[in-house]
Design a protein around this ligand. Sequence first.
Ligand code: ATP
Ligand code: LTN
Length: 338
Amino acid sequence: MPETARPAGKPVIYSGIQPSGTLTIGNYIGSLSRFKQLEADFDCLFCVVDMHAITVRQDPAQLRGKINELAALYLAVGLDPGNTILYCQSHVPAHAELAWVLDCFTYMGELQRMTQFKDKSARHEDNINAGLFTYPVLMAADILLYQTSAVPVGADQKQHLEIARDIAIRFNNIYGNVFVVPEPYIPKIGAKILSLQDPSRKMSKSDPEDTFIGMLDPPEVIRRKMKRAVTDSGAEVRFDPDGKPGVSNLITMLSILTGRTIASVEGDYVGKGYGALKADAAEACVETLAPIQAEHRRWLADLTELNRVLKDGADRASRIAARTMGKVRRKVGLAPLN
Ligand code: ATP
Ligand code: LTN
């Protein structure tokens, strides 16, 4: 029988988010909001990638809190843990195990080209550690362990997806059909929501507070941050990402959060100023986030149930991961476990 990389079934979707801060509206638009729609047609695994988060120094107590906070947010957007596998990366040691093997199939030169490594090493000059450098290999292991077909992420992760594909193809060329080669699944609009204070950069949860709308921000904070968002010179509300990046960023958010086209949103502001756009963008965030925040509070009030969900997810993920790991061990020639 020819060897296939995965058993027949629905295609697998995999994604991860770092518990490195409070999720932003950028994380929501670029990733989290899309997960629920995928649940029906795919076998989904969503992960709290806590091992990735420690590539930057974290306060241990705070990190533990952020892990619960993120797990509760995954659930608060409506993911069904009876169907989707929701778990914490460090609960499944196969991630670290496969990452080591894949390290031996990844070249220094490939990792040196990663823009996230360059960015993060510039921002954390005192802690340019080896984990920050091999971060994309751990991400490749996350994805390849589960024979993933598609990975929903924001545009910033495109380069990491390419390296995951290159590693999978390289490994398969040597050992046969071991891994499914994953495809990136990046939204056409909203793949890169920009910082409210510096629209030349993406919105990021590890940046200062006033640069992002947090998914857990109360309404008055959202309104204040939006009011202070940097807009562009001139007064006309027009969608022009190169000439008017700040205004275009607000139009994009408003369009996605209200389910309207960019052109129709733009049309509403003929003859109106930036103030009206900011106020409406703030209200769209408030309205989108209110029910999620309520669900989030409910999940955090029941940590026993939250931990049960994560434990069940880790057990299910471990069983799938063990199949891939067994095959990898055999193919590479590591000592058999018997
Ligand atoms: P950090 O600042 O700690 O690196 P981050 O805000 O970049 O965090 P991640 O945990 O790295 O967030 O990313 C989670 C998901 O959100 C990924 O799929 C990523 O591509 C997506 N994402 C992150 N920032 C944005 C953004 N500004 N716009 C759209 N999608 C985004
Ligand atoms: N590197 C990603 C987070 C991440 C991920 C993954 C995303 C870790 N493992 C696997 C998709 C699939 C980030 O920084 N956003």
